[in-house]
Design a protein around this ligand. Structure first.
Ligand code: GCO
Length: 410
């Protein structure tokens, strides 16, 4: 039996574009249309249904909820801020607070306004200033009721998918452009960190907690050979810790948001840079249970990551951990195993303050569309009816008591 601290944050996470619906001003909206990708459309209609969704979160004993503000709603044209949309997010936060749920707000979760993308996006000169102008308006509007801010969600996933792999808009395939975007995102975070603290001081509010949500995964050498071990070491250093090291050098983080799902079994075909950076084992030498996107389930990797994050001497919050599956018993097993490994890490000195399951709702899984179902709460995309899964009810018991009972798990 594992017991978590009384003040542990328990809940779930979403992102605006994936759940709200009708984010017509975003770069993703145009990209889906132009490329014939599955459309996000009305998503889960969370923009209209958020009160009912937060009633469900409250009924599931969540005391925290992470969501993002949609930049393209708030600033549909450069310099034009829509008060009504800022008011919407004020209402969202009031709704959470009235249900005793702590809001954790993400400013950038993969999507950009179309005007920003057309002005060169995160490659353009002035991109950081544009982001800071948006951040300034949002933080000033919401500061009174928000303690936790996440400036950028998974910067490494964003710049690799959008500027190196060419998988996401603007579908660039350039190492140098990716590095330029990485640098702009590092600068944007550092300056947003300072801006948020300045605003709270101006408004005479208690200090906020500002960080990023860092995508992490376990890199496991497929064979005990030097090449596989070297590649796994390099990916871990660059992909898991590179961005964090950069912002830590500027002391620009009050906590570390940790997103963790899976592992990567590393097996470079040759000594080429691309092979060392990206090749994985495709022969299933290390079989494991998997989610519906074929990602290995590897909870021990989260324990290792949390222990190695101690070097930053900052508290961690697991800001995303979840499984897309049609087998809800597997979902509960996934949650339990990861909570067990978080607790083991805490027992070895990791300062973990919370766990937010990805996701509260089934939602739009980017270029994978609506197929993968991550939600504690299922969504019927025809009727928008919600259905609370058994795993959500089991997790609710842990959220209520802070105790993870021993039990048979899949
Ligand atoms: C991410 C994003 C989420 C995803 C989730 C499942 O981590 O990629 O934060 O938007 O939907 O991780 O892939």
């Amino acid at each position: 039996m594992e017991t978590f601290p009384k003040d542990f944050l328990w809940g779930a996470a979403t992102s605006a574009y994936q759940v709200e619906g009708d984010n017509v001003g975003a770069d993703w909206w145009a990209w889906e249309k132009d490329t014939g990708k599955e459309r996000s459309g009305r998503a889960c209609r969370h923009y209209e249904l958020y009160e009912r969704d937060f009633d469900l979160a409250q009924s599931l004993n969540h005391n925290a909820h992470r969501f993002s503000t949609e930049w393209s709603r708030i600033e549909p044209e450069e310099g034009i801020f829509v008060e009504q949309e800022l008011k919407h997010y004020v209402d969202v936060i009031r709704c959470l607070r009235s249900r005793h749920i702590e809001p954790l707000v993400t400013l950038h979760h993969f999507t950009n306004p179309l005007w920003f993308a057309r002005s060169g996006g995160w490659l353009a000169k002035g991109c950081v200033e544009r982001f800071l102008q948006y951040a300034d308006r949002v933080v000033r509007a919401l500061a009174k009721d928000v303690r936790y801010w996440i400036t950028v969600n998974e910067p490494t996933i964003y710049f690799s998918h959008s500027y190196l792999f060419g998988a996401w808009p603007p579908q660039q395939r350039s190492f140098l452009r990716m590095k330029a975007v990485e640098q702009h995102l590092i600068t944007a975070h550092i300056q947003a960190y300072g801006l948020i603290h300045k605003i709270y001081k101006e408004l005479r509010l208690p200090e906020p907690c500002v960080g990023i949500a860092q995508y992490t995964q376990a890199y496991i050498p497929c064979r005990a050979c030097f090449r596989d071990k070297m590649a796994a070491y390099l990916r871990d250093k660059l992909y898991n810790f590179g961005f964090l090291d950069a912002i830590a050098r500027h002391s620009a983080m009050d906590f570390i948001g940790v997103n963790y799902y899976t592992r990567q079994v590393v097996e470079p075909k040759n000594w080429g840079l691309a092979s060392l950076a990206m090749d994985v084992c495709k022969k299933n030498h290390r079989p494991a249970q998997k989610n519906s996107l074929d990602w290995d389930i590897y909870p021990e990797g989260l324990e290792d990551i949390l222990l190695r994050l101690k070097k930053y001497d900052r508290p961690a919050i697991v800001t995303e951990n979840g499984i897309c599956t049609d087998d809800d018993a597997l979902r509960w097993g996934y949650i339990r195993k990861h909570l067990k490994h978080i607790h083991r890490a805490m027992g070895q000195g990791a300062d973990v303050r919370g766990y937010l399951y990805w996701s509260l709702l089934d939602n739009f899984e980017w270029d994978k569309g609506f197929g993968p179902r991550f939600g504690l709460v299922g969504v019927d995309y025809n009727t928008y009816e919600r259905s609370v899964r058994d795993s959500a009810k089991k997790f609710a018991q842990v959220c209520k008591t802070g105790v993870l009972e021993d039990c048979e798990i899949k």
